[in-house]
Design a binder for this molecule. Sequence first.
Ligand code: UTP
Length: 298
Amino acid sequence: MTIDLAVVPVAGRGTRLLPLTKSQPKEMLPVGRKPVVQYVVEELAACGMKRILFVTGPGKTAIENHFDIDAELITHLRENGKEEYLAQLSFERADVEYFYVRQRRQLGLGHAVLCARRFVNGNSFVVALGDSILGLNERSRVVEVMIERFTATAAAAVINFEEVPREEIGDYGVALPKQENAEVFELLDIVEKPDPARAPSNLAVAGRYVFSPVIFDALAETPPGKGGEIQLTDAIRRLIRDGRKVIGVRMPPGEKRYDIGHFESYFRAVVEFAFADPQYGEKLRRYFGLNPHATVGR
Ligand code: UTP
């Protein structure tokens, strides 16, 4: 089975990043040299995605503009002897088609995914959060591995998980794995933003999913949950309770997810990507009195 469609929800309000996100999408915030969502799209393209459906909303047109081909800008660079910058626009020519659907009311991530139902049209598909970057220097292949697992196990869903410190676990969907410490495990349950003291594990959903279209039936039946929003996690829980197979994969060692959802994790991403910059990273670390050759990370 070939899966070449990814749904990228980018319609959220980003209230935790106010005032930064008052008039600009959090998915367009700069991390290193690119806006967040460009990393997401490049990762998806590298994992074989040919169609990307953005679930978008009010105030998000900058995302559409970013992925358009800007012929005027290209001509300007050519005519003004700035050809060296043309390479920075090569992402515009990625072998990917872009589509957009509006989430007309911000009723939560689960609702955003449900908005993709007609477009997905009964196929299996990837969901990649538009505010989460995977991988620092290399493009992450996690989605490719997840698709392989999805096909091999005939699961209803495959979800990417990352181990996070206990004190942060309450920000995420959290797995109750059948096999502890396994790279790939079956899910017995999943809980949205649990009280850290009662969290079923330290495994937090890390922004990438592969779904069979049965997720849409589950979403359609899912009432609003935490925060009054229709939670994707609750729909996945419903799949598990209906006896469907849901598989978790752990992010490989050395890879991690950069969550651009709140300031602490956003700042971490900004600093790590700046320190990893091929041109300025070393200088920057020296400037801050750090070992210029040290690797950065948790
Ligand atoms: P979050 O769960 O961080 O929600 O979104 P949010 O609403 O953007 O942020 P806060 O809580 O107000 O700070 C995870 C991803 O899901 C999208 C977001 O755009 C983000 O990429 N999303 C979230 C939607 O598309 N629609 C929604 O209703 C909620």
